[in-house]
Design a protein around this ligand. Structure first.
Ligand code: HEC
Ligand code: HEC
Ligand code: HEC
Ligand code: HEC
Length: 153
């Protein structure tokens, strides 16, 4: 009889330990922990909501520059987003007001970034040899001849 009480104590302590672990885990581990991996999944949405988007997309510029958006959409740069050449919307406008000047890069390097002849570019993409184009245009503003918003001549 004496030994049965020892066994009972051991089982009782084990039971208490199991209850503490199960209860503790359900109270302390956040609800969405482990849903998709060893992290709290709700945190993803919380962090995304805490950061205000910087880019608005070309359509957002159209709210105040409708004519310009239409002109770009009709030219060779229809698929080049305004914010690639200028800057993110958030640095220039908030809601319905202009909050700061928009960056305008008039240098040839802006255009050369996409149009300089590089072996790795797809052969069908319009690219120029800066040393040969129109007798050499390295360092020369491309917009002297090309309209950046509708560049085809
Ligand atoms: C390929 C690059 C490029 C793209 C794409 C582009 N821009 Fe521009 N933008 C320029 C450059 C360069 C100038 C400066 C033109 C000049 O001084 O002659 C400019 C000037 C402007 C100006 C100043 C007005 C003016 O003509 O002086 C506005 C407004 C403007 N862009 C709006 C837009 C909007 C809106 C879009 C998208 C619908 C857009 N841009 C797309 C390069 C670009
Ligand atoms: C809430 C209205 C509004 C929105 C949205 C807006 N702009 Fe503007 N923008 C203005 C105003 C106002 C001016 C100054 C007058 C003008 O040139 O029409 C201006 C001027 C500019 C200029 C000339 C430089 C300057 O700051 O004066 C550029 C370039 C420009 N915007 C580009 C853009 C691009 C690219 C977008 C989209 C990412 C955009 N804007 C979205 C209102 C807006
Ligand atoms: C972000 C990349 C990018 C930048 C920056 C850029 N372009 Fe373009 N450009 C393009 C794309 C994409 C096309 C369309 C190519 C196509 O139709 O296959 C294009 C088309 C053109 C064309 C028409 C080529 C043709 O014969 O069809 C010219 C000219 C041109 N760009 C000049 C310029 C100039 C000048 C600048 C600087 C103000 C500039 N581009 C900046 C991507 C860019
Ligand atoms: C002196 C005027 C002038 C200057 C400056 C100039 N271009 Fe051109 N560009 C032209 C003319 C004219 C054409 C059309 C004839 C041709 O294809 O060469 C053209 C055509 C293009 C084409 C289309 C080529 C093709 O194969 O489809 C691209 C891309 C281009 N230019 C980009 C640029 C870039 C980028 C710059 C600046 C680094 C620039 N241009 C500077 C006059 C100029």
């Amino acid at each position: 009889m004496e030994s049965a009480r020892h066994v009972f104590r051991v089982f009782f302590l084990l039971l208490v330990a199991v209850v503490v672990v199960v209860l503790g885990r359900s109270l302390l581990v956040p609800r969405s922990y482990g849903a998709y991996g060893p992290y709290r999944f709700d945190n993803v949405a919380e962090q995304a909501a805490a950061r205000v988007p910087q880019h608005g997309g070309a359509a957002s510029c159209g709210a105040c520059h409708a004519e310009r958006l239409k002109a770009v959409g009709a030219g060779a740069h229809a698929k080049v987003s305004c914010e690639i050449c200028h800057a993110p919307l958030a640095q220039h406008a908030k809601g319905t007001t202009k909050i700061a000047d928009m960056r305008i890069d008039r240098s040839f390097t802006l255009c050369a970034r996409c149009h300089r002849k590089i072996d790795g570019r797809p052969a069908g993409f319009p690219q120029i040899d800066l040393g040969q184009h129109q007798g050499g245009v390295e360092g020369k503003a491309c917009i002297e001849c090309h309209d950046p918003h509708s560049p085809k001549l």
